[in-house]
Design a binder for this molecule. Structure first.
Ligand SMILES: [Zn+2]
Ligand SMILES: [Zn+2]
Length: 142
């Protein structure tokens, strides 16, 4: 389990109860979480705006990744500092029936960004981010 206090210190961030709580909970979760999911787990009375701000800060510092969830919500997942094997970008699966979002770390991502940046192809896109989300029914719903 990552040490939230050490992580904040290494990132040069002040330690606050919301920051340590958000890191603890995100790091423990096997799947991306919405702001509502996270806020529910924090002490009662925690301000949603503070949670949003905290998540933005973590994304800026490279400690969390933001991705599109269902219904225009954002989901967040933790990136372990100094553990590149956890840091690799992976596909996600959204179940359109129950709304569950799962990480698919073993699915190989298409090489489209590399093709777009291929000088020989005459294309010159600068790809900075790749996001792949598959939709359908999860094993529980099929
Ligand atoms: Zn499902
Ligand atoms: Zn994920």
């Amino acid at each position: 389990m990552p040490d939230a206090i050490a992580i904040l210190h290494a990132a040069g961030l002040r330690r606050t109860p919301v920051r340590t709580g958000v890191i603890d909970y995100l790091a423990r979760s096997p799947r991306p979480l919405s702001v509502a999911d996270i806020t529910k787990k924090l002490p009662r009375g925690t301000d949603v705006v503070t949670v949003y701000r905290t998540l933005n800060t973590l994304v800026e510092k490279g400690l969390a990744r933001r991705l599109h969830g269902d219904d225009r919500t954002w989901l967040y997942e933790f990136i372990s500092p100094g553990r590149p094997e956890d840091d690799h970008v992976h596909a996600h699966f959204v179940c359109d029936q129950c709304g569950t979002v799962e990480c698919l770390p073993d699915v190989t991502l298409p090489t489209l960004p590399a093709q777009l940046a291929e000088p020989k192809s005459g294309k010159n896109y600068a790809v900075t981010k790749q996001e792949l989300t598959l939709h359908g029914k999860c094993p529980k719903c099929t």
